[in-house]
Design a protein around this ligand. Sequence first.
Ligand code: URA
Length: 285
Amino acid sequence: MTHPQSNTPQYSALQLAWLQELGIEKPWLPSEQFVPTTVSAPVSVAVSKAPVVSAEAVVSAARPMATRPSGASGARVVASAASLSATDAPVDTRALAAGASDMVALADIIHACQACGLCRERQQAVTGEGVMQPAIMVIGEAPGDYEDRQGRPFVDRPGLMLDNMLSAIQSSRTQNVYVSNIVKCRPPGNRNPKPAELSACKPYLLRQIELVRPFSILAVGRAAQALLETDESLDNLRQVTHSLLVAGQKIPLIVTSHPVTLLNHPAEKAAVWQDLLLVKTVSGL
Ligand code: URA
């Protein structure tokens, strides 16, 4: 970010465009000066049927998990880890997920899954796409209409917005990011997933996280509350480095707004920019 010859931070054209859209002509958020907001409250594999990056094409992230920093510099780390236990999930999905030895096997299981009613109206399950051992695993709540038709997570305008958010921190699904959802099938009419649907699908996400081995998780929108098992507002959850315990591993988790929120409320980009800086720092990017 900082030019080697000076203390002036350097920004990409996309970052500058974001800042200019917010009416900010001069960048003022160098990560060195970033102070996290004080918050009073706590805390695929799986490849789709027609992914941009197929299972065969998944590539290792530039740096393996072990070489990345273990915490965020300048970020507040919440002591207690949220544990995404799948104890309330139906036994069958837990057992099925546990039996998936790799991403392809997990994707096959998800595509054949009939554990909850969502399978009746889906066109196809949406598993996920991106690179293995990514710096960041983006997790949304559930696929929508376009995702259901295309079999890929975050497509159309929200997908473009997500890609722009990632690009602002020099990241992408083809480079160092994996994108997925908690629920793998579209809820009819794009309604919110029901608790039973979330817990039926949870074991698949857990196994997916285990296999993908992300360095950090960026939870967008309501996925954050579901993952952290809290009713706290997004504003109370953002700007904190939470952690998610998956298979004995604590994975740093950052909360931000859903890309759809940014489409409808562009002023949220200011807060999201700070969240992106935080996940970038936490991920050692
Ligand atoms: N919203 C989500 O949360 N996930 C998608 O895949 C698409 C829209």
